[in-house]
Design a protein around this ligand. Structure first.
Ligand code: AMP
Length: 280
């Protein structure tokens, strides 16, 4: 496994690779867990070689505190990636990814960025679009892998690739969960014992929503979820929405021949956890 810390060194190495060999790219912010590794394994199966980037992207954080407390575990990340037979790890510095200004570009994602995570995290998706576009330009992957854990992000990247005619295939990857259903996340390590114990309620709630989705109307489901979290002293609901899988617009009325997904964001103290589930 090769580790490169500058764009120049990475690109020098990539230039030596036969143009016919496919490159699978997995962008991450590090603090890797089994969810990330499941993506690396999938990319490894589907490509001749795999590049993983580790870069905590400052422009996608709307709160300085959240950026500061984002876990950094580079040595362990490298160990895990080596065990997963990753070929290349790219760990650039901020100045290398953002030559000049550390600033986002403005994107038009046809409104996909205005709801849910976009509504609650100012500038988040412009930050994501900026860094992913730059990483695509640097790595020039055949395929790039994104987790459904961040489903809105996945749809936004699809939109960016489609609109910008970027020559890369975006591959969605299923959410990898702990045995009790909690979606794996780098943020889970920041949970206290009591918060960790309570956190599986997030996925359980989504499963209950799925169970009743065909029989109950959406207003009923919305109230049910709000009540579940109102009576919980450890988890605080930020949003729960049932939205069209493609437009991400939330709805109060179920339409025929439309695919829906439930999306949730919850605070456990200062730790923000998100999850989502296909409903039909
Ligand atoms: P992050 O390092 O959190 O930015 O995540 C890097 C990639 O891993 C993103 O595409 C995430 O959606 C994906 N990811 C994170 N956690 C999970 C998970 N539990 N299951 C599947 N994919 C995940």
């Amino acid at each position: 496994m090769n580790v490169f810390k500058t764009v120049e060194l990475l690109q020098k190495n990539l230039m030596l690779i036969d143009k016919n060999r496919s490159i699978g790219f997995v962008p991450t912010m590090g603090a890797l867990h089994k969810g990330h590794l499941s993506i690396v394994k999938k990319a490894k199966k589907e490509n001749d070689l795999v590049v993983v980037s580790i870069f905590v992207n400052p422009t996608q954080f709307d709160k300085a505190d959240d950026l500061k407390s984002y876990p950094v575990t580079i040595d362990n990340d490298l160990k895990l990636l080596k065990e997963t037979h990753c070929d290349i790890v790219f760990i650039p510095a901020v100045e290398d990814v953002y030559p000049g200004n550390v600033q986002s570009s403005n994107f038009d994602f046809d409104g996909l960025d205005k709801v849910m995570e976009g509504a609650f995290r100012d500038g988040h998706f412009d930050g994501v679009g900026t860094v992913v576009k730059r990483l695509f330009e640097i790595v020039k992957p055949t395929r790039a892998y994104f987790g459904e854990k961040d489903f809105q992000q996945l749809q936004i990247i699809n939109k960016m690739v489609e609109k910008g005619k970027i020559p890369v295939q975006i591959v969605p990857c299923e959410i990898y969960r702990e045995n009790d259903g909690l979606a794996m996340s780098s943020r889970n390590t920041r949970l206290s014992e009591a918060q960790r114990k309570e956190a599986p309620l997030i996925h359980q709630t989504l499963l209950n929503v799925k169970k009743i989705f065909s029989e109950k109307d959406i207003k009923y489901i919305q109230k049910m979820v709000e009540d579940i979290f109102k009576s919980n002293t450890i988890l605080e609901l930020e949003y729960f929405e049932i939205a069209d899988t493609n437009t991400l617009l939330s709805t109060n009325n179920k339409l025929p021949n439309t695919s829906y997904r439930a999306f949730i964001a919850v605070f456990a103290g200062k730790v923000r956890l998100i999850d989502n589930l296909a409903l039909n």
